[in-house]
Design a protein around this ligand. Structure first.
Ligand code: FE2
Length: 235
């Protein structure tokens, strides 16, 4: 079986609140490989002070990292924090889409309301990007308004959830919401959103085995591998 494709992680060293340095990043990559991951999409934050990281600088760090770990497939994107100028910045290449495709890993403000959610997603989708909503189970706005999920799906958005939330490690409400998404086949990707070895590690295997048991092999393959491969191919 092919390895996992982790669509969301903070392993690019020294650029956000994830891997601190090259040694840390290589330890995280070793852990991911041992867990069965074949490809990592490195998704450093684009928000707040991390907006000072330029795409050129991120690509340089990626090149240095790839040289030290040639066996792991590495790809680059930003976890793009929504802001008013985001679509312009995406179009100009100042914020990175996933592997240069039309797919954008989109993060929303945690305190966003339903109307703002719809307008943010619409704005990105209207510019011919395909928003992939990062860890939807972490937002109150979706937990309190499940119908919003169908509204954003109708706009062409795709849904990513975190492996630790599926396993219940982020509380009951997040877990219950993830299982509603999975049971109704509304989720498209499970990723690690890993930041470190201990609290948010780059592990997918346990979650994949659990999802396989509960929801079947075919859907698990789509969530942990195949859908992300489609994104990376820019299809
Ligand atoms: Fe993240």
């Amino acid at each position: 079986m092919d390895g996992f494709v982790d669509l969301h992680c903070h392993i690019l060293p020294g650029v956000d609140d994830g891997a601190k340095d090259m040694v840390d990043a290589l330890a995280l990559i070793d852990m991911a490989r041992a867990d069965g991951t074949a490809a990592l999409v490195l998704t450093p934050h684009y928000r707040g002070r991390y907006r000072e990281n330029t795409p050129g600088m991120l690509r340089e760090v990626l090149t240095a990292l790839q040289k030290k770990t040639p066996r792991m497939e590495l790809y680059l994107a930003n976890e793009a924090g929504y802001e008013r100028e985001l679509t312009d910045k995406l179009a100009e290449g100042r914020v990175l889409t996933i592997n240069g495709s039309r797919y954008v890993l989109l993060e929303l403000p945690m305190d966003i309301d339903p109307a703002q959610t719809l307008s943010a997603v619409r704005e990105v989708a209207d510019q011919a990007f395909i928003p992939i909503l990062a860890h939807v189970e972490r937002y109150d706005v979706f937990l309190r308004n499940r119908g919003l999920i169908d509204r954003v799906l109708d706009m062409g958005a795709l849904i990513q959830i975190n492996a630790d939330s599926v396993l219940g490690q982020q509380g009951f409400a997040a877990k219950r919401f993830c299982h509603w998404l999975l049971k109704s086949r509304r989720a498209h990707f499970v990723a690690s959103d890993s930041h470190d070895l201990k609290y948010r590690p780059p592990k997918l295997r346990e979650c994949c085995e659990y999802v396989t048991k509960k929801y079947g092999e075919e859907y698990a393959a789509a969530l942990f591998r195949e859908n992300a491969r489609v994104v990376l191919a820019g299809e």
